[in-house]
Design a protein around this ligand. Structure first.
Ligand SMILES: [Zn+2]
Length: 272
């Protein structure tokens, strides 16, 4: 499933592949029952609009147009291809651009979806309203922000970190790795976080996500096959998926606890 860094990789790929001043000529929808139905008059809304650029918010990929924003969520298996030589099963959506380029959205499991949001209020839409800051946004995702959000919370630190209202896009792997690097146990109560620990955690989350984005950038050349290959598998993982193995820092065996139904890996010696 594409995580925030992979969606960012796709965004960068699209930004490189679409020429400045290109526009959407026509839209063809082959299947309307994606995770949510393709909106009524979606094709007409997009057609004729200039592509201003590409943005991302959490895991939402955003084609910014003249008059609105075309939102594409990749779900679990969504990918975009440019000028594919042949059509495939599960090609649900096609954009024909003014330049002659064609972009095709494929999604076998159909957990992805699309929407069209009018400017200028698109950021207040239901998709974004409740989202916390981006993990790489230095001005909004700060130690103070995390500290204030955690006050009075009895939830585990890991669940707290994976709650989109506190910060977006910190998936299971990233949460586990950042908590290890900050020396904090995933089971610790969020409300017990000190200011210094909150700051340290913010720094580690930032670093882990940033590194994954940079690793994702190396897969850009495979963009046409992908949304696919992920940044984090190319990274050295300290604890994630390494239950029973020796911690790289202290050699004590990595443990695994289940928190809100998810495997949570930690070093019982390095993290307290
Ligand atoms: Zn250790």
């Amino acid at each position: 499933m594409p995580e925030l860094p992979e969606v960012e990789t796709v965004r960068r790929g699209l930004a490189e592949l679409v020429a400045p001043n290109d526009f959407i000529k026509t839209v063809r929808v082959h299947r309307r029952d994606l995770r949510f139905p393709v909106p009524f008059r979606f094709e007409q809304s997009l057609a004729g609009q200039k592509i201003v650029g590409f943005r991302r918010r959490a895991k939402y990929l955003l084609w910014e147009l003249d008059r609105g924003v075309f939102l594409s969520h990749l779900g679990m298996t969504g990918t975009w291809r440019r000028n594919p030589s042949n059509s495939k099963l599960h090609d649900h959506l096609e954009l024909q651009l003014g330049s002659g380029d064609r972009f095709v959205y494929n999604d076998p499991r159909r957990f992805g979806f699309v929407d069209y949001l009018e400017k200028p209020d698109w950021e207040d839409s239901k998709w974004f309203r409740h989202l916390g800051p981006e993990p790489i946004d230095r001005s909004r995702f700060t130690g103070d922000h995390l500290y204030q959000r955690s006050r009075g919370k009895s939830t585990s630190l890991k669940a707290f970190l994976m709650d989109q209202r506190n910060v977006v896009g910190v998936g299971n792997i990233y949460a586990s790795e950042a908590l290890f690097l900050a020396g904090l146990r995933p089971t610790r109560k969020a409300g017990r976080l000190t200011k210094a620990q909150a700051l340290s955690l913010v720094e580690e989350v930032h670093a882990v996500i940033q590194k994954a984005i940079e690793a994702g950038g190396t897969t850009l050349k495979d963009f046409r096959q992908a949304g696919g290959e992920t940044g984090y598998f190319q990274q050295q993982l300290h604890v994630y998926g390494r239950e029973g193995e020796a911690c790289g820092v202290c050699a004590v065996a990595i443990e695994n606890v289940t928190i809100t139904g998810r495997s949570s890996f930690f070093c019982p010696n390095c993290q307290s």
